[in-house]
Design a protein. Sequence first.
Lengths: 249, 279
Amino acid sequence: MTTAKISLRNISKRFGAVTVLDGVSLDISSGSVVSIVGPSGSGKSTLLRCINLLEHIDDGELLLDGNDVSIPGFDPNIVRRRIGMVFQSYNLFPHMSVLDNITLALRRVLGLSRVAAQDRARELLARFSLSDKELSFPDQMSGGQQQRAAIARAVAMEPEVLLLDEITSALDPELVGEVLDVVRELRTVGMTIVLATHEMAFARDSSDLVCVLDQGRIIESGTPAQIFGAPQQERTQQFLQRVINSGRL
Amino acid sequence: MTVEPLSRRQLFERAQRRKSTLIAAASTSLIVLLVVVLIPKMPRWDRVRQSFFNAERFKDSFPRLLHAFVLDIKIFAWSVPFIVVLALLVAITRNSRSPALFPLRAFAIAYTDIMRGVPVLLWIYLIGFGVPGLGMDRPWNSPLLWGSVALVLTYAAYVAEVFRAGIDGVHESQRAAARSLGLSNMQSLRFVVLPQAIRKVIPPLMNDLVSLQKDVALVSLIGPVEILRQAGIDKSKFANFTPYLAAAAIFLLLTIPLTRTTDWLIERERRRTSGTRVR
């Protein structure tokens, strides 16, 4: 058996008395797209933040290429250099142009020269149709443009895994498509992607594995055909029914 | 050329503009009238004019005061860098999260509480007279030096609170984004958090610096002859208060351009980085 790119073993996370993640286990193989779906507050974002070590993991193990990176004292920067993340509200740095947003970590973390960093940034901006925006500041751009720039910033680091945390939730409906197109493109070039999402159609059509998270547990996981075609768990069925009733699938 | 007839909206807006211009003009004239006509009618106006608005005394004192003011500017100029650096260190320490830094955090809190809790003037007396009293050799016994140190220590406490508010005002998600890119804690602070924090606090920061520019004059109370002291000397020599007025004018010559320039810089930065403005 080949080792998974990322393995979550029984991961638990509590905020005070509230248990947000309750023994989550999940294997993510290289080059796959994994969608985490589930009701609001089920722990999707926290799960992604744990994978990037932005949250302290209370229990369990996080393996990256078979090595436990969740042991205390392990330098989280090494993990984050290999795992990129994109956030719901873009989180671009508002005091920097788009170009500087992308080159900052290239220069300070990867040690690229200014010229090399800018070359790589421009390449990505062209790929994501943002070439005319390199000198724009985030507040001068639409939500869709900002989110594409944020994806470019994460992808520029050439991560082995990309975590996408509800990246279309803050967007106007007509801007969702342009951002999802970028994600589809990343999938075709073999990027390993874990996304928390409310875009059920996207999860159904563009992922290899769908995990249903409810109250901090993965209650069901499988191929999109299994989850959307023949859900086994009652709560999965209820969740999907609510999604369908609200017209989102 | 044909003149487009004004729409109803344009007519209404023109009427509104005229109305506000009229109100502004009327209220301004009323205030000017009160000041120019009523004050000279006060019973002892003539004596006040003699002792505060004496043109001859003004002309005589002004160059001397301007010369003395150079010392104020010097104290200000060498204090500001120390204040900013010390204040940043204190603010960063107070915002640190590592449990190991608890003693430093506690010290930073005690420092800001104590320095801000005592009047600046009292610190200038305590440090300015106290430390030279230890009997160190020149130049380490200069009241000018220790007066400046007192200013630096007190103002750093005020400015640290301004910086701390700025750092707190940068949303946690910015730090999350920086850390997710692999930037270290210090790098996130330096490249992401602090630049935004400092931009946010420039107006209150300038407020503190304008205050400092005035409080520099307090150092005169432990010896150095700067503008306030020189004005006092001139006042006593000629039994006339006009030098104080001249000193006030000199302070304004510096502080007003300073504040106007800051506002202009802030506005320019805002225009550069933000989208459209709501009305």
